[in-house]
Every structure is written in structure tokens, then in C-alpha cells.
Design a protein around this ligand. Structure first.
Ligand code: GLA
Length: 338
């Protein structure tokens, strides 16, 4: 019997660069993703990709996932090593999720592979953590847990409030009469080649001064002497507050307030965390000038990639930047027998 696994990309509505300091985030699944089809069993993992060249051929015991070729196969090796996989797989990867665009294509790939290689879907946190470790080990990106957890645990028609300190997730239904639109800024990037790791280290330095950012008060943050560390900490603490303000706005169906919070989040990512780019700022501006848009912000790590907006279902987009996806929150990853 063969299997089919599907894992969606995610878009984060608010709460970026908060997960790796135990903060809050509000991601949801989009309707584009990565599919793995194949036959489990045997003692080899042999996987091809419709998108990338070369074949992944691995034994079940993998000493160093970071040394595997071709480079995309490092994700397969990392996941297989971290689960660890007990059975092989002969399969194919297909995707309609653009890579390097801030929609968590790496995490979607990891989760799809983890489910295809026998990962336990009844333990969403364990599955997400294995995928997070795989990314650290195989490609050296010190990512937080948001992407993997969002993809595993996503619920249709809801965003997930992730508490990355407690490692809990709560579905927050989206109000009626609103859609989520994702627009490509036209700038691609990889996290490995971005200052993502540097931002993470700066947060650690700020925490060495004021303690955990999740608990730090605005007064603590303003007392940090180093202006760069002060700005980084200010973003994180204010962004955590915005996530809960957004949850409250959704519960009250207050879409104007939700949109204002997104715009404030973008400004904070641009000015205090310094992860925006002129392309992202321009895409946010264009969206915010469109009739029926409540608010927009960069989504994910920044440094390029996509912008997310909340809009009325009747909003019409005639923009110089492409709409990658539009709709309501989709379902999380799943595995089926075929
Ligand atoms: C990337 C990482 C996540 C998170 C975001 C920024 O998507 O994989 O863990 O840190 O950036 O919010």
C-alpha cells in the first residue's frame, strides 16, 4: 500500500521573531504546500524531487546529515536522523509552495518527510520538535518552533496562538467576512545566508541583561544601554503584546483594530528589529492603499519574501506584485494510505 502526505506552508498573521525567546505568534496554514508520495519499507530512503535536481539516496543510519548531497537531501537526512526513521521509503516530492519566500517551505518539507518516514501525528509537539532539530542539524539554521508546529497543528478556519514558552497552541477562529492575502515582494532569500542567526544572538545578549524577554517590561527594555539591543528587545516585548491584542480583536470581530496591529507590527520589524527591506515596505504600502484591506505586514523572518494582509472578501488586487495565495486558514499536515 502506498502513502500520500501533504504539508501546507504557513503564513504568520502576527508575532515574528518572538518564538526563539519563548514568545507568542499567530500563524495559520495556507492552501499551498508540499506533497510526498511513495512506498514505505525497506532499508533505504530513495526520494526524488520534481523541483530540484539530483536524487536523495540514504541508508537508515546517517552519520552527518549536513554533509549529504545534493543539498536539498540534507532535509531528508536531518528528518530521518532526528525521528529516527525505522523504515525506508521510495518516493517523490512535489510542491506548489515557492521556496525562499517566508512561507516556511523548509518546515513544510520537513513535516511532510517526517510523516512519510513514520513520524507520529498524534504527538504534534514531538513531531514539530524533531523537524526543528532536523533544520538546526542539517542546514544550520537556528530556527524557532513556530513554523513546524503551525504546519503540524494547523486547524481549518482558525489561526493558532502559539505560546513558545509553554509550547502550547490554541485555535483562534478568524472572524467571518475576512480573507487573508499573501503577496510576494519579489525578493527571494535563504535564512542560512540572512542575518537571522545574528538577530537570535542579539536577543540572547538582551536577555543576559534583562532576563527572559517574555517577562521583560517596557521599563526593563528602555534601560538597556546598547541602542541596538534595546531596539531588538523593544520589538520582541511589544510584538508579544500585539499577538494577544490581535487575539482579542479577532474574538471581538474588530478587523480595523486587527489591521492596525499588523501595521504596527510591520513598523516594529522595520525600525526596531530591522528585518524589512524596501521591497517589503513597498508591498505593505501598496496593500494598505487598496480598498478593503484592513492592514498588512511582512510575514516570517523578513529580509525578503512575502507580505500578508487581512482584507474584505470583495477586495480586488491590481498590484505590480503577485498574489501568491488568498483565502481562509487551511488544514494542517496529514498522511493518507493510497
Ligand atoms: C523563520 C523561523 C521561525 C521564526 C520566524 C520569524 O520562519 O523558522 O522559527 O523565528 O522566522 O518569526
Amino acid at each position: 500500500m502506498g502513502l500520500r502526505v501533504w504539508a501546507p506552508g504557513r503564513v504568520n498573521l502576527i508575532g515574528d521573531h518572538t518564538d526563539y525567546t519563548g514568545g507568542l505568534a499567530l500563524p495559520m496554514a495556507v492552501g499551498r504546500g508540499i506533497e510526498v508520495t511513495g512506498d514505505p519499507g525497506g532499508s533505504w530512503i530513495m526520494v526524488g524531487s520534481e523541483q530540484f535536481d539530483g536524487m536523495c539516496e540514504l541508508p537508515l543510519t546517517i552519520a552527518d546529515p549536513a554533509a549529504v548531497e545534493p543539498p536539498w537531501a540534507r532535509y531528508v537526512a536531518g528528518v530521518a536522523a532526528e525521528l529516527p526513521a525505522r523504515d525506508g521509503l521510495i518516493g517523490t516530492i512535489a510542491s506548489d509552495l515557492p521556496p525562499g519566500r517566508g512561507l516556511a517551505s523548509s518546515a513544510a518539507l520537513e513535516v511532510a518527510l517526517a510523516l512519510a518516514l513514520g513520524g507520529d501525528p498524534t504527538d504534534p509537539l514531538g513531531l514539530a520538535q524533531a523537524c526543528q532539530r532536523a533544520e538546526h542539524r542539517a542546514v544550520g539554521v537556528p530556527c524557532g518552533i513556530m513554523d513546524q508546529l503551525a504546519i503540524v497543528a494547523a486547524v481549518e478556519d482558525a489561526a493558532l496562538r502559539l505560546d513558545c514558552q509553554e509550547l502550547t497552541f490554541e485555535p483562534i477562529p478568524l472572524p467571518d467576512d475576512v480573507e487573508v492575502v499573501v503577496v510576494d515582494s519579489g525578493q527571494s532569500r535563504t535564512l542560512a545566508a540572512s542575518p537571522y542567526a545574528e538577530r537570535r544572538v542579539q536577543c540572547l545578549h538582551a536577555e543576559a541583561i534583562v532576563g527572559p524577554l517574555r517577562q521583560a517590561t517596557p521599563e526593563d527594555v528602555e534601560a538597556i544601554e546598547d541602542p541596538v539591543l534595546r531596539r531588538r528587545a523593544r520589538h520582541v516585548t511589544s510584538e508579544n503584546q500585539r499577538v494577544d491584542a490581535m487575539v482579542a480583536a479577532f474574538k471581538d470581530s474588530d478587523l480595523r483594530q486587527a489591521g492596525e496591529l499588523m501595521v504596527a507590527s510591520h513598523a516594529s520589524l522595520r525600525d526596531d528589529f530591522e528585518v524589512s527591506t524596501p521591497y517589503l515596505d513597498e508591498a505593505v504600502r501598496l496593500l494598505c492603499e487598496t480598498a478593503g484591506v484592513y492592514g498588512a505586514r511582512l510575514t516570517g523572518a523578513g529580509f525578503g519574501g512575502c507580505v500578508v494582509a487581512l482584507c474584505h472578501p470583495y477586495a480586488v488586487f491590481d498590484l505590480p506584485v503577485p498574489v501568491v495565495w488568498r483565502g481562509r486558514p487551511g488544514r494542517g499536515a496529514f498522511r493518507a494510505q493510497v
